[in-house]
Ligand binder design. Structure first.
Ligand code: T46
Length: 133
């Protein structure tokens, strides 16, 4: 299924919401790195790259944004608008993010450390890479 959507269990109660994310169970990999994107202007689009080996899960823990994923053939747009909704971003997927609400905090869980050499930042290079056996 593309995109892969994860629905995290809501553990909150009358005091407020709570979501717990555990590696290998809540998300399909070991969590090595966590980063978050915030204070992004409404008209800003970012991303526009693929990763060769990195797997990630993105969750809008506050506000909302759109995640556009492209496997080289099909492009899908997923609205991330709940702290209980995650989208899995596998290797070899071109991604961009847009339509950030003013209060959006996009949390990203990644299975590897930051490595610029894992990025493909040119779309034609991405398509060539996808065709390479
Ligand atoms: C992705 C999407 C969803 C680091 O030094 N360490 C890090 O862990 C990250 C994520 C970024 N950076 C540096 C690299 C750049 O100089 O922070 C700067 C901004 O990164 P970038 O332009 O790649 O940001 P986005 O929003 O385009 O992409 C990010 C992730 O980089 C990427 O892996 O899948 O979010």
């Amino acid at each position: 299924m593309f995109p892969e959507i994860i629905t995290f269990k809501q553990l909150g109660d009358e005091r407020g919401g709570l979501v717990a994310i555990e590696e290998e169970t809540s998300v399909p990999f070991h969590i090595c790195r966590i980063y978050y994107i915030y204070d992004t202007k409404v008209d800003v689009e970012r991303g526009f790259h693929a990763h060769k080996t990195l797997s990630q899960v993105g969750v809008a823990v506050s506000g909302s944004c759109e995640m556009v994923l492209n496997d080289g053939t099909t492009e899908v747009c997923t609205r991330l608008d709940s702290p209980t909704k995650g989208v899995v971003i596998r290797p070899g997927i071109w991604r961009s993010m847009r339509c950030f609400s003013h209060d959006c905090v996009l949390l990203v869980l990644a299975d590897q450390p930051y490595d610029e050499s894992d990025y493909i930042r040119n779309y034609d290079d991405f398509l060539s890479w996808k065709c390479t056996p």
